[in-house]
Design a protein around this ligand. Structure first.
Ligand code: NAG
Ligand code: NAG
Ligand code: NAG
Ligand code: NAG
Ligand code: NAG
Ligand code: NAG
Length: 935
């Protein structure tokens, strides 16, 4: 079996194999040099329409453009015969193109050039063809002269006024008008049909006019031609008889046929006569009218804009009025001119390659496929068979193509309704290997990163590419390397030892070519000291670090962004190698600062946030409870605040002690304490305060802009106190710490609380406390300190005792004796010396005093005033008179001084004194405040 049919079976099988095998073709790179050198058969780029109607008043231009290498030459055929363009003085061919231009300036009739034209573009490798271009000159003839008799009809009868426009090219557009150039109103009864005639389903008396005129508009000449008008006379009768419907269009039998081509417009028309005017309905047999169906002209016309096969079938129109109903069937047949299923494409093949060209078209009837080579019919099997190609139906199979067999193939798919012509070239490309990329490229890569060494190449047949390092080895691939078909070599992790020169070598049967790529492996660029989040008081200086480590051979650039926008340095900001300095911090400086370090191959970034803090004065002695927190106008402070430390130290680092700067007016700048500073080091955070006319004891505190806690009020009972305060923190955003100190042993307790008011329970009866509230978030934002005393539990008994008369008497006597003793004592002392210093010196110092011991506090220099602490209120007046000027300051009130620092110092002490006196009505004084913050 196999012996018999062997060769035949084999050849069929190999044919099938070829058919199924992927079409192989070379992908030619878009590289300019390659494209320049690429020999290519012609390709038609532009041509005129198959059905080409020209305006006789213009020059005729028939287009034909093609590209190819070498540039194609052009020739024409007219009506199947060679058209000698050079011999006709009216015809010129455009340069580097086949486009014809026919000019009639020197006479001649355009009609003389009507015909079928075809352009041929040829070069050494083949010939491409255009379609057959049927050239026709547009026509807009006049209406024939005619005499139209008046039309006389009886009312109620039907009427058709014929239009019969002259046969123009392309056909004109028709419409009906009267002598006033008003269009005739169209309605269910009166309308124009597809052929241009005017149909009256029934005539009414009002239709009597002398000026029914059909008009034809010609598209090319933009002219309108008018037919002689009709005169219509209607004979009226007393009563118009009702009549059944009767078709005016279509005429004849009750069915008709219609043929339409796929993709074209279908219009079906049914116009009926009758009294009353019949209405028209459409049906399609065996289904509904689909979405594509449109009804025009008062349902008298059915339209489908683009017909497809499924629109074929029997359409029915029904006309009915009160009298009767009639119908007409139209059998619609859909045919199709050829249309593409698979259009052949240009092929660029290497020598000995196999491939195929496919040309598949459909149509109704089924199109015939005809192949041409360079415009000539392909030789039939009878004459000289070409072993390297065979035609199988709609496919040409190429087998082991040979150099020199380039050609342009034409496929003509035709049927009764038209043809499709496609050109596709087969180009056999032979090219020795070429390198397409830059020569001797330098690639830099960060150590341990992946990299690609590119070596784009081309050649035909496609060359084989191999990589070598430092001119050695047997082709790099596998392991650490991977060679791709596009010529790239991947190095998965570049190590220092991978540095070197790599060679890529492309080789095919026509030759070889090589290129080199040098690889350098670099250290990564890293930010080793990143900027840190920080807070700075307005007016101070902030500094962000950005220290970089990078490969010494890689230049780097450091750029800063603020809130992701480029930071313009201006005159204020300073950038140096390792940092960014922002002197004199403004509120607008708040934001996120990003340091970006870039080398040509990598980059690193780091960000940190700057928070700008505000200064506040908080008043200490405002008895009315009014808070005088204001922004200082004449205060200048310069200090550097470290970034927010952990909560335990934050109070220390953001609160400013006023201990060091009581006398100077100048601004001092201090160095940044390390971020790890603990409470014990806070005394080294000095600050300078200069104040003007703030009358009350003011203290400077670092704060978040605008946030305050004030009006702290305490309503104590025996073992609890109602505590309340005002603040302007956003609702729910903040929690507070309530800190209270038992006076007797100095024990400090702190409880976290939410929103005021709160009840502070568990207090000792009859004990003295100091209390303040501060923000959990910003420890420096604190209320004043309020001192209060819980009531004693035994107060009831006391009242009972006090009510006794004997007790009152005894008490009065004791008081009198003490008073006398005191007066005596006082007079004695006044004579002895001005200050009762020594006696009172032993009074226990408040917590405040310890602070003074470092000597920087002016407080101790005022020890002389201490005695006042022991004084009774009742004696105050007397003491004051003999007291030194400090007391006077206290009484002096606002406005007396244009204070400098020195004043503040003294002033502060005065207030402190008031505090220690236990003056109930005074608010906690600011120094105390400050010191608590420091604690
Ligand atoms: C294609 O074939 C049809 C039918 O043979 C023919 O009428 C038509 O002219 C051909 N077209 C071209 C461009 O040769
Ligand atoms: C046309 O037909 C549609 C439905 O077939 C109908 O709704 C419409 O009223 C008709 N129009 C006229 C002018 O008869
Ligand atoms: C280098 O490799 C690291 C780690 O694999 C990666 O994060 C980085 O983005 C790479 N850099 C470049 C420039 O490819
Ligand atoms: C080559 O191919 C590889 C893998 O598909 C790809 O990663 C590489 O980018 C390509 N190289 C070029 C130059 O296109
Ligand atoms: C709190 O203080 C402000 C100003 O310092 C004052 O206007 C307000 O009345 C006080 N509120 C209470 C409840 O005392
Ligand atoms: C504290 O508040 C509670 C309820 O708000 C009230 O009953 C009580 O009398 C208050 N105590 C004082 C001492 O104001």
């Amino acid at each position: 079996m196999l012996v018999q049919g062997g060769p035949w079976v084999l050849s069929v099988m190999s044919l099938l194999l070829l058919l199924w095998q992927e079409v192989s073709a070379i992908e030619v790179p878009l590289d300019q040099k390659i494209q320049q050198d690429l020999k290519q058969p012609p390709t038609i780029m532009k041509q005129s329409l198959k059905d080409y109607i020209v305006d006789p008043r213009d020059n005729i231009i028939i287009e034909c453009e093609a590209k190819g290498n070498p540039v194609p030459t052009f020739s024409w055929r007219r009506n199947g015969k060679f058209f000698n363009v050079g011999k006709d003085p009216r015809v010129t061919m455009r340069k580097r193109s086949g486009t014809l231009e026919i000019s009639f300036r020197s006479g001649g009739r355009p009609e003389g050039y009507e015909g079928e034209y075809q352009c041929f573009a040829s070069n050494d490798f083949g010939t491409a063809l255009t379609n057959k271009i049927l050239l026709r000159v547009s026509k807009s003839p006049l209406w024939p002269k005619e005499v139209l008799e008046p039309v006389v009809v009886a009312e109620g009868s039907s009427l058709v006024l014929a239009c019969n426009p002259p046969p123009g090219l392309p056909p004109p557009h028709t419409f009906w008008m009267n002598s006033d150039m008003m269009s005739i109103t169209q309605d269910r009864r009166v309308s124009m049909g597809l052929n241009g005639d005017l149909y009256f389903s029934n005539v009414l008396a009002k239709d009597s006019h002398t000026d029914y005129s059909c008009n034809a508009r010609f598209l090319f000449t933009h002219t309108i031609q008018q037919k002689n008008p009709y005169t219509l006379k209607v004979q009226t009768s007393r009563k118009v008889a009702e009549t059944p419907p009767n078709f005016l269009s279509p005429t004849g039998t009750d069915s008709s046929r219609m043929m339409v081509l796929r993709g074209q417009k279908l219009q079906l028309e049914c116009i009926a006569a009758g009294v009353p005017t019949p209405s028209i309905k459409w049906y399609k047999k065996g289904g509904d009218l689909n979405q594509k169906v449109k009804l025009d002209n008062f349902n008298k016309t059915l339209r489908i804009d683009s017909v497809s096969e499924e629109d074929a079938g029997e359409y029915m129109c029904m006309a009915n009025n009160q009298i009767a109903s009639i119908r007409h069937s139209i059998f619609v047949q859909v045919k199709a001119a050829p249309y593409w299923l698979d259009k052949p494409f240009n092929l660029v093949l290497a020598p000995n390659e196999n491939s195929r060209l496919v040309c598949r078209a459909n149509g109704n009837p089924k199109p015939l496929i005809q192949w041409l080579v360079n415009g000539e019919p392909m030789e039939s099997d009878s004459s000289l068979p070409n072993p390297s190609r065979s035609v199988v139906g709609d496919t040409i199979i190429f087998h082991s193509v040979q150099i020199g067999s380039s050609a342009v193939y034409q496929c003509n798919a035709s049927n009764h309704h038209g043809y499709l012509l496609a050109n596709a070239f087969v180009s056999i490309l032979d090219m020795a290997p070429r390198m397409l990329g830059a020569k001797n490229q330098l690639i830099k890569v960060i150590e341990n990163n992946r990299t690609f060494l590119d070596c784009p190449f081309f050649g035909s047949p496609l060359p084989e590419l191999r990589w070598f390092k430092n001119g050695q080895g047997s082709g790099l691939d596998g392991g650490q390397y991977r060679a791709y078909i596009n010529g790239s070599l991947e190095i998965k992790r570049a190590r220092v030892e991978d540095q070197g020169t790599y060679t890529c070598l492309a080789r095919n049967i026509l030759g070889k070519e090589e290129n080199q790529v040098r690889l350098e492996v670099k250290e990564p660029t890293r930010i080793v000291r990143a900027p840190e989040h920080q807070s700075a008081i307005r007016g101070t200086m902030a500094r962000f670090d950005c220290r970089v480590k990078s490969d010494l051979t890689l230049p780097i650039t450091v750029t800063w962004l603020k809130d992701d926008k480029p930071l313009s340095l201006g005159w204020r900001l300073k950038k140096d190698e390792d940092s960014l300095s922002i002197p004199d911090v403004h509120e607008q400086d708040e934001g996120t600062y990003t340091c970006t370090v870039k080398s040509e191959i990598d980059q690193d970034t780091a960000s940190a946030r700057l928070t700008v803090l505000e200064y506040f004065f908080s008043s200490g002695t405002d008895h009315s409870g009014t808070d005088h927190s204001v922004e200082p106008t004449d205060v200048s402070v310069s200090t550097t605040v470290p970034p927010p430390p952990p909560p335990t130290t934050s109070a220390a680092t953001t609160t400013i002690s006023s201990t060091t700067t009581t006398t100077t007016t100048a601004t001092t700048t201090t160095t940044t304490p390390p971020a790890t500073t603990t409470a014990s080091t806070t005394a080294t955070t000095p600050v300078l305060v200069t104040s003007t006319k703030q009358a009350d004891t003011n203290v400077l505190v670092g704060m978040a802009p605008g946030r305050v806690i004030r009006n702290l009020t305490v309503k104590p009972n025996s073992n609890y106190a109602n505590v309340s305060w005002n603040h302007n923190f956003p609702a729910g955003s903040s929690e507070f710490q309530l800190e209270f100190t038992l006076d007797s042993n100095g024990s400090v307790s702190s409880v976290p609380v939410n929103q005021p008011p709160i009840k502070l329970a568990g207090l000792i009866e009859g004990a003295k406390y100091r209390l303040r509230v501060y923000s959990n978030e910003y420890h420096s934002i604190s209320s004043n300190v309020v001192t209060f005393e819980t009531s004693a539990a035994y107060i009831k008994d006391q009242v009972d005792i006090a009510a006794q008369g004997w007790f009152i008497g005894l008490m009065c006597a004791i008081a009198l004796i003490i008073l006398i003793l005191l007066i005596v004592c006082f007079i004695k002392r006044s004579r002895g010396g001005k200050y009762p210093v020594r006696d009172k010196k032993d009074l226990p110092l408040e917590g405040v005093d310890q602070k003074g011991e470092d000597g920087s506090f002016d407080y101790h220099s005022d020890e002389d005033n201490k005695p006042l602490q022991g004084s009774q209120n009742s004696l105050d007046g007397g003491v004051k008179e003999s007291d030194d000027s400090l007391v006077d300051y206290g009484e002096g009130g606002d406005g007396q001084f244009n204070e400098d620092g020195s004043f503040i110092g003294q002033y502060t002490v005065k207030k402190d004194k008031d505090e220690t006196e236990g003056n109930e009505s005074s608010e906690a004084t600011s120094p105390v405040n400050a010191i608590y913050s420091l604690a």
